[in-house]
Ligand binder design. Structure first.
Ligand code: CO
Length: 457
């Protein structure tokens, strides 16, 4: 039994390389080849693909999903789901999470990969329960990071808890691409010994080590790896699918993919990639390696955000100082993994600490909410002194953040009743509010040129 492969080019591939701008038409042009290549699943949907559809492409993300499903008869479709945040950045009520899971499955998704930025399992519970109840395959992802508390034991214990929750598989989600080959070997070996579930690895090539990491994970018995076809692989994206097919062919790990089908799809994707290279959306810099992410343990996307923030402020000379401040802020916050939205929050705080010349003199609203417990439990305790300076003696919640959110679905349905035509539309509005209003207004009045300026409270 060889290693199974999940193809990521239609979600993470273009998200990592050119701002998730591949159109539905471009995606559909390769779906049949991919469907016949022998993959375990195709990753096709997530927060950024959804957002990009309504914000930039003027496409209905639900319709995209149905169209992909209509052409994909043999292979499972997979999506990425941010726990209680669904595809957004804040916590939603349980009924909205449930409805989103139900309709994602109904419109064509088979596998839902659920994660929480803080690995707070309370934030996974509703999405997991809904996925099981509505008949989906439920994968829970461990947000991988390095810190004194994120040890192999920590992840093994988390995996055992996840197994108890009823997940069908576990993913090691290394969004920054910092998992070293030797650590992957140890982590996968220990996980395989501790739980019975299939284990999958998702990593990024940003630091230049991920092919080696995958190889060691394979030797340790990983069941599934995430790769992208060569035109959309490497750099800030995943390792290439073909590299693993060719290098493992004829071995006990042979993924058994149809190389001819891969080549046909890759040829089409090369043309698509060339379009984004020439229109500038694909910055060639995204294709080269950046060992700084290993040095600073900061995801590639966060590095470029920091650079942009400093450029805007005319403070590029502070770049090194900010990069050195990031791990200190992270430590103060109890070592949150640097994944959305924590990567933005920690990054912005580090910039503020350096530019104001006084640590925590200026603090973003989100950091205050985090310290109040509204994102969940921090992996390690936060720095008490810093907490006191920012929120004083305010109460910190210890219950699950969504516990105090009343059902919202009917409320959203009522609020957007003039725009919506389906429950799917209600969810689009619930998650993307102003952007969704703009998109649906245009969709409902295709021949009108409307200046949209609705007040969304
Ligand atoms: Co990724």
């Amino acid at each position: 039994m060889g290693v199974k492969i999940v193809e990521t080019s239609l979600r993470d591939g273009h998200q990592s390389l050119f701002a998730t701008r591949m159109t539905t038409e471009e995606i559909l042009s390769v779906v049949e080849e991919l469907d016949n290549a022998g993959y375990y699943a195709l990753e096709v949907w997530g927060g950024a693909t959804f957002d990009s559809c309504i914000s930039f492409l003027n496409e209905d993300p639900w319709e995209r999903l149905r169209l992909i499903k209509s052409k994909c008869k043999n292979t499972k479709l997979q999506m990425l789901f941010r726990g209680q945040n669904i595809l957004g950045y804040r916590h939603y009520a349980d009924d909205v999470v449930d409805k989103f899971v139900e309709l994602s499955l109904k419109n064509g998704i088979d596998v839902i990969r659920i994660f929480d930025a803080l690995n707070d399992v309370r934030n996974l519970r509703q999405a997991v329960e809904s996925t099981k109840r509505h008949g989906g395959e439920c994968q829970i992802a461990l947000s991988y990071t390095t810190s004194p508390i994120h040890t192999v034991d920590y992840y093994v214990n988390l995996a055992k808890e996840i197994e108890q929750m009823g997940a069908d598989s576990i993913c090691i989600k290394d969004m920054a691409g910092v998992l070293l080959p030797k650590d992957a070997y140890e982590l996968v070996s220990r996980l395989k010994a501790a739980v019975k579930l299939p284990i999958e690895l998702h990593g990024h090539c940003t630091g230049g080590i991920m092919e080696m990491t995958y190889r060691k994970a394979i030797e340790a018995g990983i069941d599934i790896i995430d790769t992208a076809l060569s035109p959309l692989s490497g750099g800030t994206s995943q390792p290439s699918t073909e590299a693993f097919q060719y290098s493992l062919e004829g071995t006990e790990y042979d993924p058994g993919l149809d190389v001819k089908a891969l080549n046909r799809a890759a040829e089409k994707l090369t043309k698509i990639k060339d379009k984004y290279l020439s229109n500038g959306l694909l910055n060639p810099k995204a294709l080269s390696y950046n060992p700084n992410i290993l040095k600073y343990q900061v995801p590639g996307g966060m590095l470029s955000n920091l650079m942009n923030q400093l450029k805007d402020q005319g403070a590029m000379d502070k770049y090194e100082a900010v990069l050195n401040e990031v791990p200190k802020v992270r430590k103060d916050m109890g070592y949150p993994p640097l994944v959305t939205p924590l990567s933005q929050m920690v990054g912005t705080q580090a910039v503020m600490n350096v530019l104001t010349g006084e640590r925590y003199k200026m603090v973003p609203k989100e950091i205050k909410e985090y310290l109040h417990g509204f994102y969940g439990k921090s992996p390690a305790p936060v720095n008490e002194e810093v907490k006191k300076k920012i929120i004083g003696d305010d109460e910190v919640i210890t219950y699950r953040p969504a516990d105090k959110i009343n059902p919202q679905f009917e409320e959203f349905k009522e609020k957007y009743k003039d725009l919506i035509r389906s429950d799917e539309d209600v969810l689009t509005c619930a998650l993307f509010e102003a952007k969704a209003v703009k998109f649906l207004t245009k969709r409902n009045n295709p021949n009108e040129i409307v200046e949209v300026n609705l007040i969304v409270g």
